[in-house]
Design a binder for this molecule. Structure first.
Ligand code: NAP
Length: 264
C-alpha cells in the first residue's frame, strides 16, 4: 500500500526533453503529479511537454533552462513553485557525455562537462531547497552513473569525474536539509538506450549489451521506475544513498565470473 499522494506532488525534471528524463517525466505524469520538464530550449521543452500530456493525460509543462546559467536555475525553481503552488521533488537528471580522450581534452571540454553535470546539479539543488522547506518536505533524486562512481571508461574521464563528483555533493547535501524532511539520493544507471548514447553507434551498443549479465541494454523506463520510489513518502528514511540500475553490468569480477546471456 502506498501513502504517497502523487496527485498532490510537484516535480521538476531537468533534461526532461528526451532519454531518461523524458521517461521520468512520463512516469510522474501518469501518476497525476504536476511536472515541469526542462531542456536548454523553451520551444523544445514546450513541445515535448505537449507530447507528454498527449501520451499521459497528465499535468505537464515545459521550460527552457540552460543549466550553465545560474539565474536560469533560480528561475526554474521559482517557476515550478508558481505554476504548481509548491515544489516537492527535484529530479536532477540532465547531463552531457561527449567523448574526448585525455590527450585531446581541453580546459573548455572539462569546464563544459563539469558546468552542466556537476555545477548544474549543485545549483539546482540549492535553488530548490528553499521551496521544499516551504512545502514542509522534499526529495532530490540525482541521475549519476556507474561511470565514475564505480567504473571507468576510456574517453569519458571528465564525465566520470563529474558523475563521481555528484556523489560527493550528495553526501554533504543530504545532511544540511535533513532536519526539514528533505532527502537527497541518486540513481546510478548502467548503459541505457537513449538518444544521447546513439552517438557511439550500433557496434558499441551491441558489444555493451553483450557485457551485461541480464543480456540487454537498459531502457529509459528501467531507470525511471527507480525514481518515484526514492521520491515517495515510503522512502522518507533513506538519504545520501545510491541505487545502481545496470542489469548487473558492474557485478562480474572477471570474464570467467560472467555467464553470457544465450544468443538466439
Ligand atoms: P540524453 O538523451 O542526451 O538527454 C540529455 C538531456 O539533458 C536532454 O533533455 C537535454 O535537453 C538536457 N541537457 C543537455 N545539456 C543541457 C544543458 N546545458 N542545460 C539543460 N539541459 C541540458 O541523455 P540520457 O542518456 O537520457 O542521460 C540522462 C542522464 O542520465 C545524464 O545525466 C547522464 O549522464 C545519465 N546517464 C545516462 C546513461 C545512458 O546510458 N544513457 C548512463 C548513465 C547515466 P535539450 O537537448 O533539450 O537541451
Amino acid at each position: 500500500m502506498t501513502t504517497t499522494h502523487w496527485q498532490d506532488r510537484s516535480v521538476i525534471v531537468t533534461g526532461g526533453t528526451r532519454g531518461i528524463g523524458r521517461g521520468i517525466a512520463e512516469l510522474f505524469a501518469r501518476r497525476g503529479t504536476s511536472v515541469l520538464l526542462t531542456g536548454r530550449t523553451q520551444s523544445v521543452a514546450t513541445e515535448v511537454a505537449r507530447q507528454v500530456v498527449g501520451a499521459t493525460g497528465g499535468r505537464v509543462s515545459g521550460m527552457g533552462v540552460d543549466l550553465r546559467d545560474p539565474q536560469a536555475i533560480e528561475d526554474m525553481a521559482a517557476e515550478a513553485e508558481e505554476r504548481h503552488g509548491h515544489l516537492d521533488v527535484l529530479c536532477s537528471n540532465a547531463g552531457i557525455f561527449p567523448e574526448k580522450p585525455l590527450g585531446e581534452m581541453t580546459a573548455a571540454d572539462v569546464d563544459e562537462v563539469l558546468a552542466v553535470n556537476l555545477r548544474g546539479t549543485i545549483l539546482a539543488a540549492r535553488a530548490c531547497v528553499p521551496a521544499m522547506r516551504r512545502a514542509g518536505r522534499g526529495r532530490i533524486v540525482l541521475t549519476s552513473s556507474i561511470t565514475g562512481p564505480t567504473t571507468g571508461y576510456t574517453g569519458w574521464s571528465h564525465y566520470g569525474a563529474s558523475k563521481a563528483g555528484q556523489l560527493g555533493f550528495l553526501r554533504g547535501a543530504a545532511l544540511e536539509p535533513a532536519p526539514h524532511a528533505i532527502t537527497v539520493n541518486a540513481v546510478l544507471p548502467g548503459n541505457v538506450r537513449t538518444e544521447g548514447l546513439a552517438e557511439p553507434g550500433e557496434p558499441y551498443l551491441r558489444r555493451t549489451a553483450a557485457s551485461i549479465p541480464l543480456g540487454r541494454l537498459g531502457e529509459t523506463a528501467d531507470i525511471a521506475h527507480a525514481v518515484p520510489f526514492l521520491a515517495s513518502d515510503e522512502a522518507a528514511f533513506i538519504t545520501g544513498q545510491t541505487l545502481t540500475v545496470d542489469g548487473g553490468q558492474t557485478l562480474p569480477e572477471s570474464l570467467d565470473a560472467f555467464t553470457p546471456a544465450p544468443t538466439s
